[in-house]
Design a protein around this ligand. Structure first.
Ligand code: 1QQ
Length: 377
């Protein structure tokens, strides 16, 4: 035994790292990959996703795994919000780990960068936080369980209008794919609903000074302001808006980037009153959601957010698809993904013919107060 492991170690050092784990993983585990933003300012989303999928993975494996007793082995790679790093991670997961499917990546910019390659390699990729228009059109191996902004934003705009808003200014980060797509959807939704757009301003995701844009917007006195950006710049806009005197008379609206507890952590009271459309809410009164929140708290000592909930459901759905496929075969798993259904923490989940979530019925409008979301009254 000693001698054998020495030989394996010698072989590993000649062939490079990673040989031993490949040998020990062998046939009794099903390799699944995940690519998430685990470092940097975007990491609150990616860490929530990793936590959610890991909890689901543990439940699946504890309940006997998939394919008659095989455990799922999850490898999570950090993309650091970098497109090239995300592509390299996908190459590594497919080439080295032979994953049967990939969950992620976190950002639309990363998804659009890597999905043409993963689609060509015929490995299913399932975005759990991808909300940009057209993501799954990249090819038949491209899925998402997150609702596109087009399904979510109109609900928040309608709520603002029901509260009396007639005019809106839109601010967005024009250097990020999600932010631009979120803005496009805000624009279409406003035009469709008859909310008059009186100004459009842009900034970059790394910007910290929004005073020129906000000063201009203030002079125009819009009833509502839509911010299409990731969480840091959204918080930055809100903090500076309060400094410039915007108060409760202005209804702030956010896209998917704002639907994170991180917004309240950074912006504090400046985020009070911002509304987002959301497919999930912590107080959702279903047995699945209550069990999820209890298990998440036991494991991590904190509450989950939307991103954790979506990732949790996605891992469970993927496990169902692997079982339905009857084999650790990415092609069969792709076909099985088109057929599986689940009633999870988000509600009923299955894919439509375009590999987007089949139903957008459960969309809620949430409003932040003291750093916490509640149902918008
Ligand atoms: C996207 C998003 C982001 C907010 C995910 C974190 O919705 O990139 O599509």
């Amino acid at each position: 035994m000693k001698r054998r492991s020495f030989t394996l170690m010698a072989a590993a050092s000649v062939l490079g790292v990673g040989v031993l784990p490949r040998i020990s993983l062998a046939a009794d585990t099903i390799p699944v990959g995940s690519i998430e933003v685990l470092t940097g300012p975007v990491s609150p989303y990616g860490i929530a996703i990793r936590d959610g999928e890991t909890l689901a993975l543990e439940e699946i494996n504890a309940a006997g795994g998939v394919l008659g007793g095989k455990k799922i082995a999850l490898t999570v790679e950090d993309s650091a919000a970098n497109k090239d790093q995300a592509i390299n991670a996908a190459r590594k997961l497919i080439g080295r780990d032979k994953v049967v499917a990939i969950i992620g990546p976190t950002l639309s910019a990363e998804y659009f960068a890597l999905a043409p390659m993963t689609n060509q390699r015929k490995v299913p990729v399932i975005g759990t936080s991808i909300t940009s228009i057209g993501a799954t059109d990249i090819g038949p191996f491209c899925f998402r369980t997150s609702l596109p902004e087009a399904d979510v934003i109109p609900a928040a705009l309608r709520k603002a209008m029901a509260r009396g808003a007639k005019t809106i200014a839109l601010l967005y980060a024009n250097d990020d794919l999600f932010s631009k797509s979120s803005y496009d959807q805000m624009k279409v939704a406003a035009e469709t609903a008859g909310l008059k757009i009186i100004d459009i301003e842009t900034f970059a995701t790394k910007d910290t000074d929004f005073s020129a844009q906000l000063t201009k917007v203030k002079g125009l006195k819009p009833d509502a302001i839509g911010i299409a950006a990731l969480v840091e710049p959204t918080a930055g806009v809100l903090l500076q808006a309060r400094q410039l005197g915007f108060g409760a008379e202005t209804q702030f609206l956010g896209g998917n980037g704002a639907n994170s507890p991180r917004l309240g952590e950074i912006a504090g009271a400046a985020a009070d009153g911002i509304m987002v459309g959301s497919p999930w809410f912590i107080a959702k009164d279903t047995p699945q959601n209550k069990a999820f929140i209890a298990a998440f708290n036991r494991k991590y000592g904190k509450n989950p957010d939307q991103f954790a909930a979506q990732a949790y459901d996605t891992m469970h759905l993927l496990a169902r698809a692997i079982d339905k496929a009857g084999a650790a075969d990415p092609l069969k798993i792709r076909d099985a993904l088109m057929q599986v259904k689940q009633d999870g923490v988000m509600g009923p989940l299955s894919f439509n013919a375009k590999r987007d979530p089949a139903s957008a019925e459960g969309v809620l409008v949430l409003e932040m107060h003291a750093g916490k979301f509640s149902i918008a009254p």
